[in-house]
Design a protein around this ligand. Structure first.
Ligand code: AVJ
Length: 326
């Protein structure tokens, strides 16, 4: 237990985003860590590797939907106007290219605002898109979610905000509503949201996607401990924390955990902490919610949009939803 005086004199590093999150997550019960901690340089590389795994159907299924329906999606979004695209969490924007190409086929040129927290991913995306898809005018903004989108004038144009890749699945449903409501506030009636969200499906398919045979997802999960060791001087022993993926039926979500294989103590010197783990105790590191057409509609509608259309793949494994700001 921390005494009050030591909380009042927390080390400086506890005030950095990483320090504060690790402090919050590992002193609480149950122990948790927020999934944004995964994405240091190594974590971002491991995530890219996950998207290419045979078991991780999400990325390739969403891409297949865009490949088949990009023109239809653009037609449905445009209402005969010119479309302007805004992407939240653009990352490397590889799937977005399919939608941008469809926009260029329709209207010859398109403005594309890419927003992401990673400056390097944005720079790479901008360069690739500008060289591969002439007609796209890329503007990039470093930031979280919707910051700055209202600065981009769209007189007479339809704005289409993209929130793809099932990123929405990381949020508890009530927080997902908040995120979309924040986006809605920065749009005008008639503007569009294109949302990609993973669907509920057979449990074994879901579990394999989050516990692949090559162990890439396990390495991705454990990398958060390597990051804490490096950035906060902790002494997590990676061999003593095992990757676990579980299906939580009640909440309709895949959970990722790191399970302590023995009773142990871990020191985090930069936070002045010693964390005690029981054998079998876990750190809950991620939720990945899975939706039905009706559960995602409810979230979208509570956020101030009307569901307009949806597209899926042949197995109905992934959903792409077009909603209109009301
Ligand atoms: C980036 C949040 C969509 O939930 O599938 C992949 C992250 N975690 N494998 C997902 C992830 C483990 C991914 N999202």
């Amino acid at each position: 237990m921390q005494s009050l005086s030591s909380i009042c004199s927390l080390p400086e590093v506890a005030r950095t985003p990483v320090g504060a999150e690790v402090y919050r997550g590992l002193t609480g019960l149950p122990k948790t860590l927020s999934p944004w901690l995964f994405y240091d340089e190594r974590g971002s590389e491991l995530f890219e590797a996950i998207t290419e795994l045979p078991e991780y159907y999400l990325t390739r299924t969403e891409r297949a939907i865009f490949t088949t329906y990009a023109d239809e999606i653009l037609d449905a979004a445009a209402d005969r106007k010119r479309v302007k695209m805004i992407e939240l969490g653009a990352g490397t924007a590889t799937k977005t290219g399919l939608l941008l190409e469809a926009a260029v086929r329709r209207q010859e040129t398109v403005d594309y605002l890419a927003i992401d927290v990673s400056e390097s991913a944005l720079a790479a995306a901008q360069q690739r898109i500008e060289s591969e898809i002439p007609g796209v005018n890329v503007i990039s903004r470093i930031g979280d979610y919707t910051e700055g989108i209202e600065e981009i004038p769209a007189a007479g144009q339809r704005r289409m905000a993209l929130y793809i890749g099932s990123s929405i699945g990381n949020f508890e449903p009530s927080d997902a509503v908040q995120v979309l409501r924040e986006l809605r506030r920065r749009l005008v009636p008639g503007d569009k949201l294109l949302l990609g969200a993973d669907r509920v499906k057979e449990r074994s398919v879901l579990l394999r996607a989050y516990d692949d045979a090559a162990g890439v997802t396990a390495a991705f999960n454990q990398n958060v401990l390597t990051r804490i060791n490096r950035e906060l001087g902790a002494n997590f022993n990676l061999r003593l924390f095992r990757h676990r993926a579980r299906w939580n039926h009640e909440h309709s979500r895949i959970e990722m955990h790191l399970e302590s294989l023995i009773a142990q103590h871990v020191a985090i010197p930069a936070l002045d902490l010693e964390i005690k783990f029981g054998r079998g105790e876990t750190i809950h590191t991620e939720n990945s919610y899975k939706f039905t057409a009706s559960s995602i509609s409810s979230i979208v509608e509570r956020a101030g949009f009307a569901m307009t259309r949806c597209w899926t793949d042949e197995h109905e494994w992934f959903g792409v939803y077009l909603a209109t700001a009301v």
